[in-house]
Design a protein around this ligand. Structure first.
Ligand SMILES: *Cc1c(COP(=O)(O)O)cnc(C)c1O
Length: 448
């Protein structure tokens, strides 16, 4: 066991909420430290707002998910979902932990190659692949997950013209008991479309059917949905073996596991309702093992888990800009993090903590970002102590999707830092400058 880093003991003053006739008031505890480093120090050095990632939390999550699945099934392969977080430093941690790359665009494909991933370890998903992108992926021997019939013919055309062979899988959509159905991606199971395309692939000598894929959605808290999905994919695999005596090499169950965040408006906290990796693993692996596939022909199980692995490893620290009263007397807190930097505020009731301790008095407040847009609301209603202009805060579990779906609207993107396993701090994406943003613009001569 590696030597643990010494952690100085601290004494924290407990500040109980003011009691009232309804009992003790809610308490908002301060959040002064991330991975043993004072948030104030990080913000003094890297500014506000700042994105902060913990390498330890990422590696721990990878260990946990790999353990949960490999205990139950002996061929498991993780593939990091680039669109969930494609900062190179973050991707490389996942790759070091053994993950392949799962990409959904040519841009992400190029990023994966630049991160040192071999073409044959890239899974190429997505509904809008271009002819040129497909050709590169075929030449590199990547796994191409066919989304639609047009794509099938595009691949077979380019293979014919260039005398190439392609490793393909199909993306399957299906009724998994969650409505409205997600049927816009991939080929449908129930209406026979998936089976039809499988038959077309199997008679094409240039196409090697290596796998079956589904991605049933995101933040799926029903393990039963995965049981249905795995059962239907295994069924297809068995039918392929029966008819063609061909054994596919993998079943890819996609991503979609929920993180421990709480969905907006949910009554119970995500910490209490999100299934564990063990629960997801138990359901998925038993569906595959209980299928009719022969034990010595069991395919590799691929997982493209994104959100659940990275959400808790990310934080955003920011600063209060102003406090005001709305016309109905409610308190409003304006902060320097808007939905431009925290896209997931549309989905989650993100937790927000003051960095330093305050009096026990809390009051309901709306938390607004700094954008001049009505939709820029981080939390419609939140109990917070009486923060003032200049006070700092931390928002937790912000690791998924926020540094890919961030928006360049009226503000430049801030620094992104990583705290490594030894508590060294690394700048992994520097704050943007005016040149980063305006450098691509061209002013016609006559306007100069
Ligand atoms: C987005 C996506 C993922 C990752 O989904 P999460 O919900 O973040 O786990 C995996 N596979 C595909 C095809 C995706 O589009």
């Amino acid at each position: 066991m590696p030597k643990q880093i010494f952690e100085r003991p601290t004494i924290t003053r407990l500040t109980p909420g003011m009691p009232s006739k309804h009992g003790a008031g809610s308490v908002v505890s301060p959040f002064p430290v991330i991975e043993g480093i004072r948030v104030d120090d990080l913000m003094d050095k890297y500014g506000s707002p700042v994105y902060i990632y913990s390498e330890r939390v990422i590696r721990r999550a990878m260990e946990d998910i790999k353990r949960a699945f490999s205990l139950r099934y002996n061929k498991v392969q993780m593939a990091w979902s680039y669109k969930t977080n494609y900062l190179d430093a973050i991707c490389r941690i996942f790759h070091q932990e053994g993950s392949w790359a799962e990409v959904v665009s040519g841009f992400e494909y190029d990023k994966a190659i630049r991160n040192g991933i071999k073409g044959e370890n890239i899974i190429f998903n997505g509904p809008g692949k271009s002819f040129e992108e497909l050709e590169i992926a075929v030449r590199n021997g990547s796994f191409i997950h066919i989304d639609n019939v047009d794509e099938l013919y595009m691949i077979s055309d380019l293979c014919q013209r260039n005398d190439l062979e392609a490793r393909v899988a199909i993306r399957v959509n299906m009724d998994i008991g969650i409505y409205p159905k997600w049927d816009r991606f991939g080929l449908n199971y129930e209406n026979g479309e998936a089976w039809d395309v499988i038959n077309r692939i199997m008679i094409n000598p240039r196409l090697k059917l290596v796998g079956l894929h589904t991605h049933i959605g995101t933040f799926i808290i029903s393990t039963d949905a995965y049981r249905i999905a795995a059962t239907k994919l295994a069924d297809l695999a068995f039918n392929i073996a029966q008819k063609f005596d061909h054994y596919i090499s993998y079943l890819d169950l996609g991503g979609g596991f929920a993180s421990k965040n709480t969905l907006r408006g949910a009554y119970f906290s995500g910490e209490d309702t999100t299934p564990s990796y063990d629960e997801y693993a138990e359901t998925i692996t038993s569906a595959i093992l209980n299928s009719q596939i022969k034990p010595d022909k069991l395919p590799t199980l691929i997982l493209e888990t994104g959100r659940a692995l990275i959400d808790s490893a990310g934080y955003i620290a920011g600063t209060v800009q102003a406090i005001k009263r709305l016309s109905d007397g409610r308190r409003a807190t304006i902060v320097d993090v808007g939905v431009n930097f925290l896209f997931t505020a549309f989905w989650y009731d993100h937790k927000l903590f003051p960095v330093n301790s305050h009096s026990g008095l809390v009051e309901e407040t709306t938390v607004y970002g700094p954008l001049c847009m009505n939709i820029d609301v981080l939390r419609p209603s939140l109990m917070l102590p009486a923060l003032k202009r200049g006070d700092r805060f931390v928002i937790t579990r912000t690791g998924a999707y926020n540094t890919t779906q961030w928006m360049q609207f009226i503000r430049k993107r801030p620094n992104v830092i990583l705290i490594d396993m030894n508590r060294n701090v690394h700048l992994i994406r520097r704050a943007e400058t005016l040149d980063d943003i305006s450098g691509n613009e061209v002013v016609p001569q006559y306007l100069k």
